[in-house]
Design a protein around this ligand. Structure first.
Ligand code: NAP
Length: 282
C-alpha cells in the first residue's frame, strides 16, 4: 500500500518513520525542498517532493500540516488523487476540520494521534512516537465504514490505542485534558517570570527542578500549536478556562480564609481523581 504524507514535521515525519518500518511505501510532500531532502535522509519517506502530484499513486494520505492549512491542503490535493484514495488528518481539533473537509472528499476520516513533544519540524521526528498512545478517529454519518477500517488498521499497526468518537465529543474532551493544560501551564511559566526581584527570580530559576519541568512541559511547547488549539477549539476551551477560573477563585478563598479542611478535602479528591485519567498509561 502507498501512503502519502503532507507536512513533514514532528507528526508527519514520525508517521513516515514508523510506516516505512512496517513496510509501507511512503510518499511525502512538504512546502520546503530542504524539509523534503531531510525527510529522505532521515528515512521518513521513500520519495519526497514539494509538488502534490507525487501523491497520485497514494492509497491513503495523512494530512499533517498545521490545523489552519488542513482544509486548504485537501483542496489542493484532491485534483491529484485517484478516486478511491482515502484522506485522513492528524489535527488536534476535529469539529472545525471535519466540518470543512468531509464535504470535499467522501473518503475522509478525521483523526488525532494523542502524542507529541515540545519540539517541531522534521528534525524532531522519531520512530515510536505513537506506540502505546491514544489515537482518536472521528468518523461522521457520511464516512464510508470501509475507509474507517483502512485507517483503523494502519493506526493499529503503529500499536496506538484506537478510540472512536464524534468530532464534538473529541473537542470537548481534549479541551479539558490537552488544551486547558497548555494554557494553564503557559500561564504558570508567565507567573514565575513575573517575579519582580531580580535576585529572587535568578534564585527561582536555579532552584526549578522536576516539579517545574513536569508542570510546564506543555506550556513551553510549540506556540503555533497553542494558538491553533485556542483558535479552532475556542468555545470548548473557553468553557474549560471559565470552569478552571471558578476553581481557582474557590482555592484562593480557601487559603485566604485559612480553611485548611476544605483545602485538604480538595487535594484528597484531586489525588484520587488524577489516577482515573492516567489508568491506561500508568
Ligand atoms: P510541525 O512539526 O510544525 O510540522 C508541520 C510541518 O508541516 C512543517 O514541518 C512544515 O514543513 C509543513 N507545513 C507547514 N505549513 C504547510 C503547508 N501550508 N503546506 C504543506 N506543508 C506545510 O507541526 P506538528 O507538531 O507536526 O503538527 C502538525 C499537525 O499535527 C497539526 O495539525 C497538529 O494539530 C497535529 N498534532 C500535533 C501534535 C503535537 O504535539 N505536536 C500532536 C498531535 C497532533 P515545511 O518545513 O516544509 O514548511
Amino acid at each position: 500500500m502507498n501512503i502519502g504524507i503532507v507536512g513533514l514535521g514532528l507528526i508527519g515525519g514520525s508517521l513516515g518513520l514508523d510506516l516505512r518500518g512496517l513496510g509501507y511505501q511512503v510518499l511525502g510532500v512538504s512546502r520546503h525542498p530542504g524539509t523534503c531532502q531531510r525527510a529522505i535522509e532521515r528515512g521518513a519517506v521513500d520519495e519526497a517532493s514539494v509538488d502534490l502530484t507525487l501523491l497520485a499513486a497514494a492509497d491513503v494520505v495523512f494530512v499533517c500540516t498545521p490545523i489552519a492549512a488542513i482544509a486548504f491542503t485537501v483542496k489542493q490535493l484532491i485534483p491529484h488523487l485517484s478516486p478511491g484514495a482515502i484522506i485522513t488528518d492528524v489535527g488536534s481539533v476535529k469539529t472545525a476540520v471535519v466540518e470543512e473537509v468531509a464535504p470535499l472528499w467522501q473518503n475522509f476520516v478525521g483523526g488525532h494521534p494523542m502524542a507529541g513533544t515540545t519540539d517541531s519540524g522534521i528534525e524532531a521526528a522519531f520512530s515510536g512516537l505513537f506506540s502505546g498512545n491514544p489515537y482518536v478517529l472521528t468518523p461522521v454519518a457520511s464516512t464510508p465504514p470501509k475507509a474507517v477500517k483502512v485507517v483503523e488498521e494502519i493506526v493499529r499497526s503503529l500499536t496506538s490505542r484506537v478510540y472512536f468518537c464524534c468530532p464534538e465529543d473529541h473537542d470537548r474532551a481534549v479541551a479539558g485534558i490537552s488544551h486547558l493544560p497548555v494554557m494553564v501551564s503557559a500561564n504558570l511559566i508567565e507567573a514565575c517570570m513575573g517575579e519582580t526581584n531580580p535576585m529572587v527570580l535568578e534564585l527561582a530559576q536555579q532552584l526549578a527542578s522536576s516539579g517545574f519541568r513536569d508542570t510546564t512541559r506543555v506550556g513551553g511547547g510549540n506556540p503555533e500549536l497553542g494558538v491553533m488549539m485556542a483558535r479552532y477549539n475556542r468555545d470548548c476551551l473557553l468553557k474549560s478556562l471559565l470552569s478552571y477560573r471558578q476553581n481557582l477563585d474557590r482555592l484562593i478563598e480557601q487559603i485566604e480564609q485559612e480553611d485548611w479542611q476544605s483545602l485538604e478535602k480538595k487535594l484528597n479528591s484531586t489525588q484520587q481523581g488524577r489516577s482515573h485519567f492516567l489508568k491506561a498509561v500508568d
